[in-house]
Design a binder for this molecule. Structure first.
Ligand code: GTP
Ligand code: SPV
Ligand code: MN
Length: 613
């Protein structure tokens, strides 16, 4: 399709502007076909950016190695450029939109020289569903085009729905590496130096401008940029929720079904929980989504969630047949791997894949030949796969995908889970006493920073409210208010009892030897079963100053967890909580100033009193 054949005048104008600014050699409008996907892969293979994997081991799959400066999201370089700084709030980087655009225009000038400019029409959510949103990404990266084919619904059919005057979010992307005449990438992942990378959002005009990175959430703009940062602003304005949440379907031995949504920060277990195989007999878990949930009230007063994505961009290391069998099945074919190891027999490998690498040598994520590890572990800093190595795979290949995963009406949510990596203090599970107590607890979630972000804070605990710290497109204090408002809306309409119940979980408590106390993964089904029962007002429980915990024996002990461990996992550590709450009062809540809702101040005082008890 040619630009002239486009029906949408605004889209046409925007493409022409981008072309004039970035001066690509040519422009291609993506149709979303399988042939197009294959062509993108061929281009990257010819440029030595991708290696085709062994067809008998990993059919239809390729491995990319990125630049060492371009291996994860870059929060320091991510901007919310609202007109007023206050609207971006204390947790986002801000710059004046006009100033930022001026800076970025200078970078974009000529940045696609020697490259093709691809125009990718995409839909987040089922094409044509009234919850879905259309975006159009302009990019000079065939890697991005191929990934977008998997992660979103792309192509001509999206343009048909967009029509002549439909709303779309313009998403501008350039890797920021123009090519001289005759130059090719020749095996070197194209990107710009760190100081020139910008992942920018203009919430008022619903625009995304990304420059200089080709990796993950920095470059696949439908995901974090549109479906969370821009969508959170739309959700605030329109009365719905755009959240960093997995969605799972759980069936108990009696055949009763519930849907649970869970927000954990990046690399804290969403994909794994969404695909879990219960160790508890008779229970079943199926996947609706593994990263993002968009939720609206249904006519019956329940919150209905859709997964706006079409694929998984999952953390590779730690994924194995035991921890996540369903993910291992999903990535058996038609998968794009990034920053994994490459074995002698042409397959991928990573730390904790469950087996040592075959053969004598392996190529690590930097492209360096190394002795093949005999076990599946490597010393810290010497990993064969980058700790944020990822797989991109179609959701429909997942053996436990729920049959309703593409239902445009969504699934009704019974429970919200919040959690993070907390070596101490936070118990295995804790139910909130009310909606507002749940919002309070969501607002104070803390977690160790993981390799999903380039940061010198990796391993340190930071507050990550609702697992949305890097993804909220507006003032986080106002975001708390929005959650409170959702509760009030339900109350006013007589739906309060239909609101999801709110729970806090922590699979990551450690003992003195720095080992996880809780086995996690499939054993998390024991906690899900208690939560399931609590949603029906069942499940033996205990009222405590921090919330409602399982009574002793209410969660059956998994093998390898001693009675003492179990008591520790469910202990209310009063002194630890006093410190936690003191930190919230002194360091966390003051950041939000006048944007902090009074309801949360009251909750803070109430928990302080209960802890003094
Ligand atoms: P993003 O895609 O970055 O949003 O991450 P995610 O929240 O989907 O995390 P994911 O499920 O990919 O897990 C990240 C890492 O945590 C992997 O290495 C997992 O093996 C590990 N992990 C997941 N669940 C558990 C658990 O229950 N216990 C322990 N100890 N580790 C877990
Ligand atoms: C995350 O960091 O939460 C991810 C990976 O899901 S990325 O798409 O890179 O944001
Ligand atoms: Mn994520």
């Amino acid at each position: 399709m040619k630009i002239d054949e486009l029906k949408h005048a605004g889209l046409k104008r925007w493409i022409e502007e981008a072309k004039t600014l970035m001066t690509p050699d040519s422009v291609e409008i993506c149709d979303g076909s399988a042939a197009e996907y294959d062509r993108m892969i061929k281009i990257t293979v010819d440029a030595k950016l991708a290696t085709v994997l062994n067809e008998s081991k990993r059919p239809g799959s390729v491995l990319f190695r990125s630049d060492p400066s371009d291996v994860a999201r870059v929060e320091d370089r991510t901007y919310i450029a609202s007109k007023n700084k206050e609207d971006a709030g204390p947790t986002n980087n801000w710059m004046d939109p006009a100033e930022l655009k001026q800076k970025m225009r200078a970078l974009y000038k000529g940045s696609m020289r020697g490259r093709v400019m691809y125009v990718i029409p995409f839909s987040m959510g089922q094409i044509g569903s009234n919850i879905a949103k259309i975006g159009v990404e302009i990019t000079d990266s065939p890697y991005v085009v191929a990934n977008m084919h998997i992660m979103a619904r792309v192509g001509t059919k999206v343009l048909d729905v967009l029509g002549a005057d439909g709303f779309f979010v313009p998403c501008l992307h350039s890797v920021g590496k123009p090519l001289a005449p005759g130059e090719t990438d020749n095996g070197k992942w194209p990107c710009a130096p760190m100081a020139d990378k910008y992942i920018s959002h203009f919430p008022e005009t619903r625009e995304i401008w990304s420059y200089g990175s080709g990796y993950g959430g920095n470059a696949l703009l439908g995901k974090k940029c549109l479906a969370l940062r821009i969508a959170s602003v739309l959700a605030r304005d329109e009365g719905w929720l755009a959240e960093h949440m997995l969605i799972l379907k759980i069936t108990n031995p009696e055949g009763e079904v519930k849907y649970i949504a869970g927000a954990f920060p990046s690399a804290c277990g969403k994909t794994n929980l969404a695909m879990l195989i219960p160790t508890l007999p008779g229970w079943k878990v199926e996947t609706v989504g593994d990263d993002i949930a968009w939720m609206k009230f249904g006519k019956d007063g329940r919150l209905y969630a859709i997964n706006p994505e079409a694929g998984f961009f999952g953390v590779a290391p730690g994924t194995n047949d035991e921890s996540n069998h369903n993910a291992m099945e999903t990535i058996k074919k038609n998968t794009i791997f990034t920053n994994c190891g490459l074995t002698e027999d042409g397959d991928i490998w990573w730390e904790q894949i469950g087996y040592g690498a075959p053969g004598k040598e392996i190529i690590d994520w930097k492209g360096v030949k190394r002795p093949a590890p005999k076990t599946d572990k490597s010393p810290k800093g010497e990993e064969i796969a980058h700790p944020n190595a990822r797989f991109t795979a179609p959701a429909k290949q997942c053996p436990c995908i729920a049959k309703e995963w593409e239902d445009p009406a969504g699934v009704p949510i019974s429970a919200f889970l919040f959690g993070g990596r907390r070596p101490k203090t936070i118990p295995l599970v804790n139910q909130s006493k009310s909606w507002i107590h749940g919002v309070f607890m969501g607002s104070i979630v803390g977690s160790e920073v993981t390799a999903a972000v380039i940061s010198d804070q990796v391993g340190q605990v930071r507050r990550d409210p609702f697992a949305m710290l890097p993804f909220c497109g507006y003032n986080m204090g106002d975001y708390f208010k929005h959650w409170i408002k959702i509760g009030k809306t339900a109350e006013e309409k007589g739906w309060a009892d239909k609101l999801p119940k709110i729970f806090f979980v922590n699979w990551f408590r450690k003992n003195e030897q720095d080992k996880f106390i809780w086995p996690g993964y499939g054993e998390n089904s024991r906690v899900l079963a208690w939560i399931f029962d609590r949603c029906d007002g069942k499940g033996k429980s205990l009222e405590t100053p921090i919330g409602t915990l399982p009574a002793a024996g209410a969660i059956e002990r998994p093998a390898g967890v001693s009675e003492q461990d179990m008591a520790e996992l469910l202990r209310v550590d009063i002194d630890g909580w006093k410190k936690e709450i003191e930190d919230v009062r002194k360091n966390h809540y003051p950041k939000f100033g006048s944007h902090l809702p009074d309801e949360l101040k009251s909750e803070l005082e109430a928990i302080e009193k209960r802890l003094e008890g």
